[in-house]
Structures are given as structure tokens and as C-alpha cells.
Design a protein around this ligand. Structure first.
Ligand code: AHR
Length: 499
């Protein structure tokens, strides 16, 4: 009997061009949905949880560590029913409303414009506000922008000053509606693109505060929506066009599958659905290329992540789900896809930051835990605003029965100090991958790394054991001559730093 020679996957990484991996790919999303804002970021008036102006400090500290670049608010579907003037002024005088999209709960508007912008200041991130097109008027949106961004004498600035904010915030990222094909008004692409032009006209650029206007884009494979918006709106009138794509374990909205109880078959299907992001982004980008060959319009994937059934016993309208190693593999894979499309994908927002869908953070009264997904963002922050390095390789297969998907996905970048960062994901739950990497003329002497993995794909962090799935030092990479050799363990995410 002869032992089989270990096959190696060859990667080549080159320095070429000056494409940047925008830090805004690492953005997040906070909707008035379930326990994201209320009970997530925002605590009761008399809460004993450490807070500043009712914003939880443990959450702020955790999010600052991963350098959140932008935060999207107030929705989601909620954005198209939100009337911003209900969320300013003395809190005890703010009207209450029903949150029809998410559980029919009463929204007391205690968290509004000022509170959101205070939060962004604490996080040191850029606000990304979605204006109401579905049920709001052009005037309402125009006045919100004036309130936020004008530094002169006007009715809106007078109210802002009365509310304690002398100077404008100068918000830049501006969403013109959300999911206008669905919860944002059930419009056709033609009708929306006309409306976009109208709303966007009166959402003015004030001195020192030009808007980056973002049109509400397609749902998953709705390529006609992208085609119509690109044709009717055109590159000169928008900074970005959005895309929403969620990974559903079963692919079925009625029974999506559990966040924590799944077998290998369901894991395989989930990852297959996750990998569809590559094809979806490529096809939307190709349509955009036709109308915008200079790539002036950003593809903004401002909702992505895994969407499972809610945790048993929780409000179905609150979208609360746990987060396992499988979620981390989805995050690592999706961020690699975005990095590799950073010529077009300039912004993305994981749904959602706290207690909703693929959350970074879960809270329970005064307790807080960081999910496996959080740890991926902690690893990948090294790519932010770094120079993109193209990679070539042929992935080994991850096979299950007679089905197969690519086991390996990778992205790489070089930061301003010259350090090279490579993020590697092995989706195969049983087999390691041996890699041999040629870095061409990139100079490096040492390699260090961190790994995120765990014994089981279903492993999660809980309030009792919050550190089961956490980053650890990785010692499976070494320099061999000019080559980088890596032993990438099964079901793992590894980020290497070469200096
Ligand atoms: O993220 C949850 C919801 O999913 C958002 O409100 C909506 O835009 C999408 O359908």
C-alpha cells in the first residue's frame, strides 16, 4: 500500500492596479425591528446598564473595536413608514406609532434623528439614512435633508437649533427608499426610477454636505430592476444602487430552517445558497458595466446575511436568531466575494447589528455576547481601505454525495504600510486544504495569523458560555523559500498577515 501524496492547491497573488477595498463594505444595519434598537442599542431611561444618553456602552465598545465604517438606519421596511418629524423634539411629546412591519408593536419614537446621530458619533462611523419614498412626500424628505445638512437660516435649521444642535451633521449616504419593489411601495422598476429622480432632485446638496444618493435596487436575481434603474436614472444621478440578497438554509421563505439545529445536508445547501452571491453580484455588475463602464455607480449590497426561522418561543416579527460557526463561514465567504468585486461593490451592510437576523451582538438584559459573525468582522477589518490584490486558484471541491461546491474562497489586500492580508475560508467540514502560495514580487519576511473555528458547525456562543467560538492564534502558515505554505483546517476562517 502506498500512501497518497497530499495534493496542494496553488494560489498566485499579484500586486496590480490601484483598486481599493472600500471600508464601507464592512458596514452594518440597525432597523427599528424587534430588539435591535430598543433593548439592543437603546436602554430604558432608568436602566442600570452602563449607558451614555441611553446608548449602551458595552455595545459601543465592541462595535468600535471592529471599526464599523457606516450604520444604516432607520430601516429596512420601517424606513418607508417612518416620519422623521415624529422622532425629534422633547421625547415625552413625540407621537407613538404602530410598527406594522415588525410585530405590530408600539414605537414610541424615543430613538430618532438626534439619538441615531449621537450613536454614530460614539461609534465614529458614518450615518447612512434611508428616506421614506413609500409613504412619505418629496417635501418631507427634502426637509429632513435640510434639517440634517443646512448651515444657514431656514425653518428646518431653526427647529434643529431649538432641539439643541447648532451645526448640521452633514450626513452623506442617503437612501432614496428601500425595497421599493416590495415593502417600500410594491412599485414597478419604471415607476420607481421616475420617483427616484423626483425625490433625489429635492434632496439637496448643501454647502459642504454633498449627498451620496443611493437608489433602492434589486431583490436577488431581479436583473430587470437593475437594468431599468441604470437606464432610466443613469450614472450621473446616483452614487449607488442597492442589492438585497439573503441566504436561506432551505431556500424556502415559509420554512427557512433552524439557526442552530441542522445536519450536514442542510449546511451544504446553506453554503450553496450563500455562494450564489458571487453569481448575483457578477450579473448585476455586468448590467451596470453596460451603462456605466467607468464604474461611477457603486453596487451597495445593503442587506445580506443568513435568514433562519426565529428562535423558538420568540416573537416571529422580531427576527431573533442565534448565530453559529455556520454563520461565521457565511460572513467570511460573503466578505471575500465583496472584496473580490470591490471595483463595483463599494458598500455593504450586514443585516442586522444586534438581536436581529445575522447579528454581531446578542443582548439579554445587562448581558451581551459577541457572535461568531462578530469575530469574522474583527478578523477582516484589516482589509478596510487597503489595496486589492487579485488571486488566482482552482478550488478543491467540497463534496456531499453526488453534489459539490467550491470548498475554498479567498481574498487579499495590501495596507498602506505594505503588510499583505489574506483571508481564507474552508467550507469543507471534514477535510483540511493544503495551500502553496506564490506572492510574485510582493515582499514579505514573516507570517502570522488568526483562526476562527470550532468542533461543530452548530457551535454557538451563549450567555452562559460566551467564548466557545472565538478567534485564536493560527500557526499553520509558514514561509518556504519564496512560497507561503498553509494548512487550512476544515470549517475554518483564517486571516494571515505577511510583513
Ligand atoms: O432586514 C429585515 C428586512 O428585510 C428589511 O426590513 C427589509 O428591507 C428586508 O426585506
Amino acid at each position: 500500500m502506498f500512501a497518497c501524496a497530499q495534493t496542494e492547491t496553488l494560489l498566485t497573488i499579484k500586486s496590480s492596479g490601484d483598486q481599493t477595498v472600500s471600508r464601507h463594505i464592512y458596514g452594518h444595519f440597525s432597523e427599528h425591528l424587534g430588539r435591535c434598537i430598543y433593548d439592543g442599542f437603546w436602554v430604558d431611561e432608568n436602566s442600570t446598564i452602563p449607558n451614555k444618553g441611553r446608548i449602551r456602552l458595552d455595545v459601543v465598545e465592541a462595535l468600535k473595536k471592529i471599526k464599523v465604517p457606516n450604520l444604516r438606519w432607520p430601516g429596512g421596511c420601517f424606513a418607508d413608514e417612518y416620519h422623521w418629524r415624529d422622532g425629534i423634539g422633547p421625547r415625552d411629546q413625540r407621537p407613538k406609532m404602530v410598527n406594522t412591519n415588525w410585530g405590530g408593536v408600539i414605537e414610541d419614537n424615543s430613538f430618532g434623528t438626534h439619538e441615531f446621530l449621537d450613536l454614530c458619533k460614539m461609534l465614529d462611523c458614518e450615518p447612512y439614512i434611508a428616506g421614506n419614498v413609500g409613504s412619505g412626500t418629496v417635501e418631507e424628505m427634502a426637509k429632513w435633508v435640510e434639517y440634517l445638512n443646512f448651515d444657514g437660516v431656514s425653518p428646518m435649521t431653526a427647529i434643529r437649533k431649538q432641539n439643541g444642535m447648532d451645526k448640521p451633521w452633514k450626513v452623506s449616504f442617503w437612501g432614496v427608499g428601500n425595497e421599493s419593489w416590495g415593502c417600500g411601495g410594491n412599485m414597478t422598476a419604471d415607476y420607481y426610477s421616475d420617483l427616484y429622480r423626483r425625490y433625489a432632485t429635492y434632496a439637496r446638496d448643501y454647502a459642504g454636505a454633498p449627498l451620496k444618493r443611493i437608489a433602492s435596487g434589486a431583490n436577488a436575481e431581479d436583473y430587470n430592476w437593475t437594468e431599468t434603474c441604470m437606464k432610466n436614472i443613469g450614472p450621473g444621478r446616483m452614487w449607488g444602487l442597492t442589492l438585497h440578497y439573503y441566504t436561506l438554509p432551505t431556500g424556502n421563505w415559509k420554512s427557512k430552517g433552524s439557526a442552530t439545529k441542522f445536519d450536514e445536508e442542510q449546511y451544504f445547501n446553506t453554503m450553496k445558497n450563500c455562494l450564489r452571491m458571487e453569481e448575483i453580484v457578477s450579473k448585476h455588475a455586468a448590467i451596470m458595466d453596460k451603462y456605466d463602464p467607468k464604474k461611477r455607480v457603486a453596487l451597495v449590497v445593503d442587506e445580506w446575511g443568513i435568514w433562519t426561522d426565529v428562535e423558538p418561543g420568540t416573537n416571529p416579527g422580531f427576527l431573533y436568531q442565534q448565530n453559529s460557526l455556520r454563520d461565521a463561514l457565511i460572513a467570511g465567504t460573503t466578505l471575500n466575494i465583496f472584496n473580490n468585486h470591490s471595483d463595483r461593490v463599494k458598500m455593504a451592510n450586514l443585516a442586522q447589528t444586534i438581536n436581529v437576523l445575522q447579528a454581531l451582538i446578542l443582548t439579554e438584559k445587562d448581558k451581551m455576547l459577541l457572535t461568531p459573525t462578530y469575530h469574522v468582522f474583527d478578523l477582516y477589518k484589516l482589509h478596510m481601505d487597503a489595496k486589492y490584490l487579485p488571486i488566482n486558484f482552482a478550488s478543491p471541491d467540497y463534496k456531499l454525495g453526488d453534489k459539490k461546491i467550491a470548498a475554498l474562497n479567498v481574498s487579499a489586500s495590501q495596507d498602506s504600510t505594505g503588510a499583505v492580508h489574506i483571508s481564507l475560508v474552508n467550507l469543507d467540514p471534514k477535510n483540511k486544504i493544503s495551500l502553496n502560495t506564490d506572492l510574485g514580487n510582493l515582499k514579505w519576511k514573516t507570517v502570522t495569523g488568526q483562526i476562527l473555528t470550532s468542533a461543530q458547525l452548530t457551535d454557538i456562543n451563549t450567555f452562559a458560555v460566551s467564548n466557545k467560538v472565538v478567534n485564536a492564534k493560527f500557526s499553520g502558515a509558514k514561509k518556504s523559500g519564496n512560497m507561503l505554505k498553509v494548512e487550512l483546517p476544515a470549517k475554518s476562517i483564517v486571516v494571515l498577515e505577511l510583513k
